[in-house]
Design a protein around this ligand. Structure first.
Ligand code: PEP
Length: 247
């Protein structure tokens, strides 16, 4: 059985000092626990200015950390963008890609995401690739179609033997307190699992994200093909993140 994944997405929150404080408390609580690391993987996606703090505070631990986005190109005249190469040189091991906030507010396209996933693979950075439907799409019965299209377009032509983490996050459940029901998660995760297998991906995990909290984590984690969570709001406090990770 693969380890359960608990991934924190801090979005545009936590300055370097706050990130360091969080990591020091978290580290002191979990790093000595062998059982914890035998069964779980922890990912932290801080804001870029706080990435160095997290990398240093989590040095010599199994925690995966990295940025919440990268540019499609390694370097060049792209003012304001962030390079995957530099992130890797700093010590990043993973990249969060395709979060719905990036798709919605920054015009992230399937084509750009496809280049970004390929760049991650080239640099041996583990992509955590987000998918999910809006409320309007769900109400039109298009959940499966939208998610499958996001997968087939953005993962087209990538190396299917390399590890990839796919995070299903219904847009209507992100930061809203509206969590998808166990039945809804069960239905789509079953379909996503088979879709990935049919596409010949051999090393993938599926996360659920959207208002995961300490009080709903246990039942969601028991859903077949839910390999862990991508957590926004509840990952900002060590206490609530720890409670979720302890499920
Ligand atoms: C997210 O930002 O990916 C997310 C799932 O946020 P929240 O847990 O706050 O809904």
């Amino acid at each position: 059985m693969s380890k359960k994944i608990f991934a924190a997405n801090w979005k545009l929150q936590k300055n370097p000092l706050q990130a360091k404080e969080f990591c020091e408390i978290f580290r002191a609580q979990v790093v000595p626990q062998t059982y914890f690391w035998d069964h779980k993987e922890i990912f932290i996606f801080p804001q870029n200015f706080s990435l160095d703090s997290v990398i240093h505070a989590m040095k010599d631990t199994p925690v995966f950390t990295g940025p919440q986005n990268i540019h499609t190109e390694k370097s060049g005249a792209f003012t304001g963008e962030n390079s995957a190469v530099f992130a890797k040189e700093m010590g990043a091991k993973t990249i969060l890609l395709g979060h719905s906030e990036r798709r919605q507010y920054f015009g992230e396209t399937h084509e750009a995401l496809n280049k970004k996933v390929k760049l991650c693979q080239e640099l041996d950075l583990l992509p955590v690739f987000c998918i999910g439907e809006t409320l309007a799409e769900r109400e039109k019965g298009e959940t499966e179609k939208v998610c499958f299209e996001q997968i087939t377009q953005a993962l087209n032509g990538i190396d299917k033997s390399k590890r990839i983490v796919v995070a299903y996050e219904p847009v209507w459940a992100i930061g809203t307190g509206k969590v998808a029901t166990v039945e809804q998660v069960k239905e789509i995760h079953e379909k996503l699992y088979h879709k990935m297998a049919d596409l010949n991906f051999s090393n993938f995990q599926l996360l659920y994200g959207g208002s995961v909290k300490p009080d709903n984590a246990k039942q969601l984690l028991e859903v077949p093909h839910v390999d862990g969570f991508l957590i926004g709001g509840a990952s900002l406090e060590v206490d609530s993140f720890m409670k979720i990770c302890s499920q």
